[in-house]
Design a protein around this ligand. Sequence first.
Ligand code: GLY
Length: 440
Amino acid sequence: MKVLVVGGGAREHIMAEVAVRDGAELFIALNNKNPGLLGLSSDSLFCKDMDPTAISNWAHEKNIDLALIGPESALASGIVDNLNNLDIPAMGPTKSASRIEVDKEFMRDLSSEFSFPGQLDYKVCSTVEEARHFLESFGKDCAIKPIGLTGGKGVKVMGDQLHSIDEAVNFCEEIIDTQMSGYAKVVLEERAIGEEFTLQAFISGETVIPMPAAQDHPHALEGDIGAITGGMGSYSQADGLLPFLSQSEYDSALETIRATAAAMNSINSPYRGILYGQFILTSDGPRLVEYNARFGDPEAMNVLSVLNSNFLDVSMDIAQGNLKPVDFEPKATVCKYIVPEGYGTTPRSDCSLSVDSTLLSSSGARVYYAAVNLEENNQISTTTSRSAAVVGKGDSIESAEKVTEAGLKAVSGTGLYVRHDIATEASISKRVSHMENLRS
Ligand code: GLY
């Protein structure tokens, strides 16, 4: 089967690797020279602006049987609609259905109209006065967000980055006045207190198949401090839960996702693709923070590393509205990203990295390349974004973390940084204690 993977990061690298494992002849459309993807593919389209029409026409020319879409920007630009118009099945939501991620006002209004379990209080404001009035009368801290896509960098939280109502109002003003993410509006959401976790699901219409839960680490620096980034690493547990997340709490989050799939069907915008739910586990159960319309990055590395089912069958079943049960290997996984120093604030862009394949293979870990470029001299140069993800698998988080650390030793380079604290015993205990304290 000829399979197109759209996107050039570590998420797309693992999607491509699993697709090839399951029988794909791989084609890729990307805007960086990802050595992992280039090495797996029989043909590639280098497309600087990732134009959906150019990519779809290329897919048609290459007789692609199935397209797997990685990044939200491609979904938001309507690439699935373009592909479908050319009779190419695609695993990913249409432009209309991707509003679940792309338009936070749409998502919050849907959650309210259909009474999703775990929804948060919110208000969408078009003026600074309206925002100030809400913040003063609400009396609780809020997360303040632009409506549209900002690559995870447009959110500020009162009590975290914003220290007073005035600071919060100023940020609302900045969002409205600059039309951040394309809208002169701001979303104010009740701040949920607890541990963040990710629950992803394969969805086709009303059929929802959940994946193992994972926990990302958005802060740039060890000890969960520093700027909020795209995600510095993540882990998952062999039973699909997390050390601080019980089965009933997992099931509650899943109910929210099921309610969402049903709501999308009711409004004639059936959802077909991956739905990524970002939740905060509070002392009162999970609360829905936001949705992404695609695999998480790094969380794709956790779930796809343990996918037993044939990824191409699952993806085609989603695209054709015929999703069946999916099987995962009961193993824990740990992913740690290698990033350029300063990532999240003032990243270096002049680094290079290399991987000792013998050492990597003896470690048992896998490396997935992200925003890097294979140069003509065969060096791998980094950019200002994440460089490579190292992933270990084991019976427990502890053993998976050891495999990841052994794998990291196979990667060398200068000016690179890794959060080695991710998934260590100390870091996990801190999270478990945090939830115990909130519950007591
Ligand atoms: N883990 C954050 C994201 O995928 O957006």
